[in-house]
Design a protein around this ligand. Structure first.
Ligand code: NAD
Length: 288
């Protein structure tokens, strides 16, 4: 937040419902304050019913931009003027930038994941990866990885309501990028094992390992991993899921979802401010 709110202070919003629990206002205001930028970031309880009015308000009040979370991520594009290539492919927006009245929607979750890998000296360009998940986080990661030059993605998911979305993601990646994507049923454990064996990195992009599934993993045993495999999780509470614990015990390099959370926020911050968050300071604040 600005050190002192004045008549010049500008506003950035967060439009979602429920939203009071979010860590984004504290994170964004800390970064604004650290850099002495005259902006404030506030959360607004906005659902699908009030979203159109909220976007009109954003235009009328000339907000610098906004973050968007559930249930608005897959709906807000209707009220915007432009979409980034990743937002178009994902069918989701988590960041709006207001350029003199022209609203552009971006999705920074996938960028955040890729940046957190880079921050850990992990480069997946030209490599094969296996990702479990077909929801919002998984789609953003898979699309961004494909756009950033990953060679092949094996996607696994359970046959639930997200299965159609996984099929759609595979189709979009294969049609629009140089990456090859394939979809498999997570119930096929021998296929999962074979695909992980052939991969440079394995990623969990589901809520498995987090409440109410804390302490659980769909990986049956350590024979699915090898010491030179990289294993990542989007979950950051708890910091070490059952999956990451098993991977660490096998000798794998591991990464939880905290970095993705920081870097998706930093990517949004950079879209508004033209400069990234003070990353080292933010890591200390977030205890990364
Ligand atoms: P979502 O509801 O859109 O997707 C849920 C996914 O979990 C689907 O693929 C679904 O099939 C799968 N799933 C549900 N139950 C399962 C089970 N029993 N076994 C295997 N798979 C199961 O959710 P989302 O928004 O994609 O979030 C997923 C996770 O990612 C959450 O834990 C969320 O906190 C985390 N997340 C982290 C970040 C970050 O910055 N680190 C960002 C977004 C989401």
């Amino acid at each position: 937040m600005a050190q002192k709110i004045t008549g010049y202070t500008e506003l950035i919003g967060l439009l979602a419902y429920p939203i009071r629990h979010s860590s984004s206002p504290a994170m964004q205001n800390e970064a604004l304050s650290k850099l002495g930028l005259d902006y404030a970031y506030l959360a607004f309880e906005v659902d699908n019913d009030s979203l159109e009015d909220a976007i009109k308000g954003l235009r009328a009040l000339k907000l610098k931009g906004a973050n968007v979370s559930m249930p608005n991520k897959t709906v807000v594009h209707k009220y915007l003027d432009n979409l980034s290539p990743a937002a178009k492919l994902c069918g989701a927006v988590n960041t709006i930038v207001n350029d003199d009245g022209v609203l552009t929607g971006h999705i920074t979750d996938g960028i955040g994941y890729m940046e957190s890998l880079r921050d850990n000296q992990i480069n997946i360009k030209g490599k094969k990866i296996t990702v479990v998940g077909a929801g919002g986080a998984a789609t953003a990661i898979q699309i961004q990885a494909a756009l950033d030059g990953v060679k092949e993605i094996s996607i696994f998911n359970i046959k639930d309501k997200f299965w159609d979305n996984a099929e759609e993601t595979v189709r979009k990646i294969n049609q629009n990028t140089d990456c090859t994507a394939n979809l498999y049923d997570l119930a096929d454990l021998s296929k999962l094992k074979a695909e992980i064996e052939d991969s440079y990195l394995f990623a969990n992009a589901t809520g498995m390992g987090m409440k109410p599934l804390e302490g659980q993993t769909y990986i049956p045993d350590k024979s699915f991993f090898r010491p030179d495999l990289i294993v990542t999780d989007v979950v950051y509470y708890p910091r070490e899921t059952a999956l990451l614990k098993m991977a660490k015990e096998t000798g794998c390099k591991t990464m939880n979802g905290l970095g993705m959370m920081l870097f998706q926020g930093s990517a949004a911050f950079e879209l508004w401010m033209g400069q990234p968050m003070p990353i080292e300071h933010m890591k200390k604040v977030l205890e990364i």
